[in-house]
Design a binder for this molecule. Structure first.
Ligand SMILES: *[C@@H]1O[C@H](CO)[C@@H](O)[C@H](O)[C@H]1NC(C)=O
Ligand SMILES: *[C@@H]1O[C@H](CO)[C@@H](O)[C@H](O)[C@H]1NC(C)=O
Ligand SMILES: *[C@@H]1O[C@H](CO)[C@@H](O)[C@H](O)[C@H]1NC(C)=O
Length: 339
């Protein structure tokens, strides 16, 4: 009697221990669950809530001893002014802009991972998340995305070997799936997920979208391509990203939505021209003092990069693995074309 009770308790604890919403390499998630709305559970754009979560998607432990495959992160160099990345991306249309924003998110077997975040955004939410007026979402416009990202935490797994051990419950669940039976795979995915986290970076970023007419855009793109940003004077660069060239200058947004950082950016990153002023992330270009400031201001509050791979390595039988991949492919195609 006592023995049975203890056993039951032990089982209950094991089950509880495998399901949480911790961001960790090797953990598995079901990307079908919130396809199109992933930003509800992963902080990738500013949100209205003040809770400090970065990632709250339910995850499951599928592999055993996955820590053995963790790649040690590179230590930060002592002299680095800013530990992160500052870049500018030219986008011919809205699709390319969304693609650029989610450039560092890759989900194996998914051709357009950015759709998994943005497919469910109506025009006004899209405009708010990009920091631009909604009148520039539809119609013929070109965009430049400027972003400065501060990395805080990075984690990465090596490629998992095909003989990697899986948790007992997962082993049993895979045993119960049947080749040719789509529903059995769907059941498995619902319980244990479709993809595992192969790498991620958290931190925070500032970003800004500039909207251009096709003519101005082509001229600036050509000019920067032939000379390179480093060889252009700060004045010339400022001119390209000013209200005289751009149709619309978006707000400077903070990925985590942190209001302190937002108001710092609003005050410090303004270009003044007589009585007139506008926000510009390009002010950071060649201003070490501002960058140094930002290095401390941007905390560990948002998800900046995420690489997901399918749970294929959990399947040991070659035929079953192939069937799993086939079902995942078909589902993903369906999701990508229907959302
Ligand atoms: C965000 O919060 C503000 C203030 O609480 C509220 O007025 C606004 O409607 C909220 N926006 C959304 C999209 O929830
Ligand atoms: C912003 O959008 C609104 C409606 O979407 C429009 O009425 C307004 O003129 C736009 N502002 C600018 C500066 O384009
Ligand atoms: C916002 O950022 C500031 C500056 O880095 C930090 O002190 C503060 O704790 C952050 N606020 C939230 C709610 O995370």
């Amino acid at each position: 009697m006592v023995r049975a009770a203890v056993l039951l308790l032990a089982v209950a604890l094991c089950r509880a221990a495998t399901l949480d919403s911790e961001l960790g390499v090797g953990k598995s998630i079901n990307i079908f669950m919130r396809y199109g709305y992933l930003s509800i559970c992963m902080r990738v754009v500013p949100r209205n809530d003040t809770d400090g979560w970065v990632f709250r998607e339910p995850t499951v432990s599928v592999f055993r001893d996955v820590d053995r495959f963790v790649v040690a992160p590179k230590p930060r160099q002592a002299k680095t002014l800013f530990d992160g990345d500052f870049h500018m991306e030219f986008c011919d249309n809205l699709k390319q802009l969304l693609q650029a924003y989610f450039r560092d998110f890759s989900f194996e077997r998914l051709e357009r991972p950015w759709r998994a975040f943005t497919a469910g955004w109506p025009t006004d939410i899209m405009a708010r998340n990009l920091g631009i007026n909604s009148s520039f979402i539809n119609g013929d416009h070109c965009y430049v995305l400027v972003r400065v990202s501060r990395f805080r935490e990075t984690a990465k797994l090596k490629d998992l070997p095909t003989n990697i051990a899986v948790e007992d419950v997962v082993y049993e669940a895979i045993d119960e799936t049947l080749i040719g039976d789509t529903v059995s795979i769907a059941d498995f995915v619902r319980k244990y997920g479709s993809h595992y986290i192969a790498s991620y970076i958290t931190g925070n970023s500032l970003y800004q979208v500039f909207v251009f007419s096709r003519t101005a855009y082509s001229m600036i793109k050509e000019r920067l391509k032939s000379k390179g940003v480093a060889d252009i004077t700060a004045k010339e660069l400022e001119g390209y990203f000013s209200p005289w060239q751009a149709k619309h200058i978006g707000q400077i947004k903070v990925a985590s939505g942190n209001k302190t950082v937002e108001s710092w950016a609003m005050k410090r990153l303004r270009v003044h021209y007589y009585i007139f002023s506008y926000p510009s992330l390009l002010k950071l270009h060649g201003e070490p003092a501002l960058l140094r400031n930002l290095d401390t201001l941007l905390g560990n509050e948002a998800l900046l990069q995420l690489e997901l791979k399918t749970l294929s390595p959990a399947f040991k039988d070659a035929k079953k693995k192939k069937w799993f991949e086939e079902v995942i492919d078909n589902y993903l195609k369906l999701w990508e074309s229907n959302m």
